[in-house]
Ligand binder design. Structure first.
Ligand code: KIV
Length: 273
């Protein structure tokens, strides 16, 4: 008889139920090994389309494809067993119509096994969020700075810092909350606005540059580990892994050049007969 020991993965409804409760912890992950490391500590991990910039050195997230998201989503699912995995729908794969969004989202969920998708946009995406939520696709929204819109925004600067812009973002958040988003990422917006949205909308808000007023927080893993060259103001570096990697590689290179690596303990002796 087999023993059932696998812990149940957290689900979108579990995250939705955390509104106003213990803060929700999340990070991005694009690989099986980082997923394995963060799985015990986070409530959900996001396979963000930031992977285009972080992993592939792209200037923006615009060129990221559905195939890239599926490949990394599969890796993150293999590396994790406890946290909810959310996969970003990339630019151009969902904005055309609710039907296009459903086709992409259902493919992503089927081919990765992830528990939810994320898409960017407020009022303009509300009909799509409702269409997906009504058809069994848990949708995480994303308002404020939406990096996929870089070509219309013109820069990655913070938004909602004046009354007119704050009113638009509040309306964006309300629209997708009413449409059925189970959580909403608030990126790079002013603190009072994040506080107001968090107080007004039913789903939990997840801040990235939204202040501690939000119901939870997310950061790009490589940014908070000190692996990224330039990071926005809202990033705190919890470690400086970049210089540690440089030092390890320098030590390796000098030992290889001095023939002191590999040493006797790294070498296979012939079998004794
Ligand atoms: O792509 C991403 O990593 C994101 C987070 C910054 C929220 O959308």
């Amino acid at each position: 008889m087999s023993v059932q020991s696998a812990a149940r993965r957290l689900t979108a409804p579990d995250i939705r139920a955390r509104k106003g409760g213990e803060p929700i912890v999340s990070l991005t992950s694009y690989h099986a090994h980082t997923a394995r490391l963060i799985d015990p500590h986070v409530d959900f991990m996001l396979v963000g389309d930031s992977l285009g910039m972080v992993m592939h050195g792209m200037e923006t997230t615009v060129p990221v494809t559905v195939e890239m998201m599926i490949l990394q989503g599969q890796a993150v699912m293999r590396g994790s067993s406890r946290a909810l995995v959310v996969v970003d729908l990339p630019f151009g794969s969902y904005e055309g119509s609710p039907q296009q969004a459903f086709a992409t989202a259902s493919r992503v969920l089927k081919e990765t096994g992830a528990g939810a998708i994320k898409l960017e946009g407020g009022r303009r995406m509300a009909e799509t969020v409702r269409f997906l939520a009504d058809r069994g696709v848990p949708v995480m929204g994303h308002v404020g700075l939406t990096p996929q819109a870089i070509n219309t925004l013109g820069s990655f600067k913070a938004l909602g810092r004046d009354e007119a812009s704050a009113a638009l973002i509040l309306d964006d958040a309300r629209s997708i909350a009413d449409a059925g988003a189970f959580a909403i990422v608030l990126e790079a917006i002013s603190e009072p606005l994040a506080r107001q949205i968090t107080a007004e909308v039913a789903p939990p808000t997840i801040g990235i540059g939204g202040s501690s007023a939000c119901d939870g927080q997310i950061l790009v893993l490589e940014d908070m580990l000190g692996l990224s060259d330039r990071v926005p103001r809202f990033v705190k570096k919890f470690a400086e892994i970049g210089p540690a990697i440089g030092a390890a590689v320098e030590a390796y290179a000098s030992e290889v050049r001095a023939r002191s690596f590999p040493a006797a303990e790294h070498v296979y002796a012939p079998k004794k007969v």
